[in-house]
Design a protein around this ligand. Structure first.
Ligand SMILES: NC(=O)c1ccc[n+]([C@@H]2O[C@H](COP(=O)([O-])OP(=O)(O)OC[C@H]3O[C@@H](n4cnc5c(N)ncnc54)[C@H](O)[C@@H]3O)[C@@H](O)[C@H]2O)c1
Length: 373
């Protein structure tokens, strides 16, 4: 099947690596025949990388609508800022093209709902490339927990703080503006985590959070901005099945970063990417967990995302990383943001059915003002 990329930025190279893995293993895959970026030079440089890794130089566009019109594409991977996800997806569906979207599914839950409805309306596939639940290691982790390796889950602790020294995450100012990114790092990075939480232990019922913007100005040598997305979020939540969580995301740390996830069940502790330690002291390392629970899954998460896209199109198979699961993950993030705004715990369901949207309204407002400007 013929594939196009819309956006040739930071993450696009990891997708080419994923396609390269599938090529090398001679698995069914896509041919990357066209790429698009509004910055011509970026697209040109990226085409050179594609040629080197995949053997063929793709056609280059700076207007994705023209690419959709001229190329006979089966699918595209959308790799651009969050504010554009829903419009680009709709244009692709209307052109008869299936879509793999990057996380977060949309800039905010209402747009995610619209995208899923649009995919249905045009009878096209919409998958999500969410690496936190894809690839052998993550699939083994989810399957092992669901099969009870640590018993029933009681507590998740997830701490992630980074030191940006008042610069930009991944060198991209847009990530700190809610009108482009939906929120601060709690959306951009946080949605990886909430997708993982719900994948391993089912729906999250209720969330309470405090958020802040501690850094009032961020800059690099070219650009200075006043961020509107939160740089610090401290959140607690409760799963529908009773498990609890304590989850933290911050780009405002100085001096030393933190990172780590601990998942506790009544029989032991799971450290994703590392090991399981059971109460009798026995440990199980990741390679053994992969052999046991995910021998059928390709290692590279982005390679896996294209296996999922292929199987959804060719075999009508429901992907692990579906748009619906992506919407649920986004709902948890926005429940935290809503909670921090109104000062009360918030049910995820009230976000998904648009009963509570005080925070989301501020995103719409900023999107409108950025459009006007
Ligand atoms: N681990 C992950 O899964 C992961 C990691 C990073 C980013 N992402 C996601 O991937 C997406 C892209 O992030 P990034 O870090 O690559 O961003 P980026 O800013 O580095 O790249 C975006 C690219 O899109 C181009 N672009 C903007 N508007 C366009 C348009 N209308 N048509 C064509 N091109 C356009 C820009 O010029 C830029 O090159 C986001 O949704 C982000 O959250 C996912």
């Amino acid at each position: 099947m013929k594939l196009g990329f819309i956006g040739c930025g930071v993450i696009s190279i990891a997708h080419v690596e994923g396609l390269e893995v599938l090529n090398r293993r001679r698995l069914e895959t896509f041919e990357l025949t066209a790429i698009c970026d509004i910055e011509q030079e970026r697209a040109e440089n990226f085409a050179t990388v594609v040629k080197k890794r995949l053997g063929k130089r793709p056609a280059i566009y700076t207007d994705y609508r023209l690419m959709l019109e001229k190329e006979q594409l089966d699918a595209v991977s959308v790799l651009i800022t969050h504010d554009l996800h829903h419009t680009v997806a709709e244009d692709c569906f209307a052109s008869g093209v299936h879509v793999q979207m990057q996380k977060p599914l949309a800039i905010s839950p209402s747009f995610g709902v619209k995208m899923i409805a649009d995919a249905k309306k045009f009878n096209r596939v919409l998958t999500l490339s969410e690496p936190s639940v894809l690839g052998a290691e993550n699939v083994a982790t989810a399957r092992a927990i669901k099969e009870g390796v640590i018993g029933s889950l009681s507590l998740i602790i997830d701490y992630a703080t980074v030191t940006l020294n008042r610069g930009f995450f991944a060198g991209t100012p847009w990530r700190h503006l809610k009108g482009r990114a939906g929120a601060g790092w709690i959306n951009d990075h946080g949605v990886h985590r909430t997708h993982f939480f719900t994948e391993i232990n089912g729906p999250i019922d209720e969330v309470f959070a405090y958020t802040e913007i501690f850094e009032k100005e961020l800059s690099n040598s070219d650009v200075t901005i006043n961020p509107t997305g939160e740089d610090t979020a401290v959140t607690v939540f409760k799963f529908k099945n009773g498990g609890l969580g304590h989850w933290m995301c911050a780009t405002s740390a100085h001096g030393e970063r933190t990172g780590g996830v601990w998942i506790y069940g009544h029989k032991g502790c799971f450290r994703p990417g590392k090991h399981v330690i059971l109460e009798d002291g026995k440990s199980i390392l990741m390679p053994e967990l992969i052999d046991r629970y995910a021998p059928d899954i390709v290692k590279h998460p982005f390679a896996h995302s294209y296996v999922e896209l292929w199987e959804a199109i060719a075999k009508n198979k429901t992907p692990i990383s579906s748009a619906e699961r992506g919407l649920e993950a986004l709902g948890v993030v926005f429940a935290a943001l809503e909670s921090a705004t109104i000062g009360q715990p918030v049910k995820v369901q009230d976000i998904l059915n648009h009963k509570k949207h005080t925070y989301e309204d501020t995103v719409f407002e900023e999107m409108r003002s950025l459009e006007v400007n």
